[in-house]
Design a protein. Structure first.
Length: 304
């Protein structure tokens, strides 16, 4: 099992996955290039812990609030949030480092998070946190939170992020996306082997794919259905089955904090955030380019 936050040693270019919390981090291995204009709610979240920077994703839910994973913004193995001075958010650019870092005024961790460091067969808690920004984002495009439960068939969804992408141990410099099938927790548990199946709870939503998978650096990123004009947030990336990202010939399974479970928490701390129970519009968030990685382009399987 693997969590989706990627660590970068301060001053170095290679991600360090030494921290325990990194085992809970993911993202878009074998993703295709996408533009932030098509995913305007997507942000990059950076957290500094013990001299190491960790990269995650997040979703804009109002012009002053970001929804991300709790394990991205808490101390390893703890429910205690990191100091606000150690968290920054980048928004509005396809390229990870092109936008100006935004400071954070408050870090609010879901009270259902239990500080898990890896899926151990117990309920890991609700892996979600809200970041309140010091000032509003310019030209913000918040994404509505879907409060209706996930049922099969919900249809395809899209994940996106700047995590590891299939070409060695480095984060993607540009935004990558991939199509996945969304499945409810009950179906997800049939795909998780051994005792770790207990770490998938009813408040989770899962994805499966033959090729696209969350990898280090994508924790906290949004799982989305619908279209750019009418998107719906279905989940926030938490962890994935397996310790590597490479294609192994088996189904990739990603586990998310379900958005329907998060609606009340979000509305308490970010009352301007919108929710929806509308049926999703026809899926049209299709990343069109070739896989960024030559490794992925050479594999047989369904990407997006």
């Amino acid at each position: 099992m693997m969590a989706l936050a990627a660590g970068l040693a301060a001053g170095a270019g290679a991600p360090s996955l030494a921290d325990t919390a990194s085992r809970l981090v993911p993202f878009i291995w074998c993703g295709r290039p996408v533009e932030v204009q098509d995913f305007p709610w997507q942000v990059a979240v950076t957290t500094r812990r013990a001299g190491v920077e960790y990269s995650c994703g997040g979703a804009v839910i109002s012009d002053t609030a970001i929804l991300t994973a709790a394990h991205c913004v808490t101390h390893s193995g703890s429910v205690q949030p990191v100091a606000t001075v150690d968290v920054t958010v980048r928004a509005g650019s396809t390229w990870r480092l092109d936008s100006i870092p935004q400071s954070v005024a408050r870090v609010i961790v879901h009270d259902g998070w239990r500080g898990a460091t890896e899926p151990d067969g117990r309920d890991m808690g609700i892996d979600a946190a809200v970041l309140i920004l010091s000032k509003p984002l310019a030209n913000a495009r918040p994404i509505p939170i879907r409060t209706a439960p996930v049922v099969t068939p919900l249809g395809p969804g899209v994940v996106a992020g700047w995590g590891l992408y299939g070409e060695g141990p480095q984060l993607a410099s540009r935004l990558l996306g991939g199509k996945v099938a969304i499945i409810p927790a009950a179906e997800c548990r049939t795909l998780i082997p051994g005792t770790r199946v207990g770490s998938v709870s009813d408040h989770n939503v899962c994805t499966r794919s033959d090729m696209v998978v969350q990898c280090a650096g994508d924790s906290g990123g949004p799982l989305v259905i619908g279209s750019t004009a009418q998107p719906q947030l279905v989940g926030i990336a938490s962890w994935k089955l397996g310790r590597g990202c490479e294609f192994t010939g088996t189904t990739h399974v990603g586990v998310f904090a379900g958005a329907a479970t998060l609606a009340g928490f979000v509305q308490r701390h970010a009352p301007a955030a919108r929710t929806t129970q509308d049926p999703p519009v026809q899926f049209s968030l299709w990343p069109r380019g070739r896989p960024e990685s030559r490794y992925c382009a050479s594999r047989k399987g369904e990407w997006i």
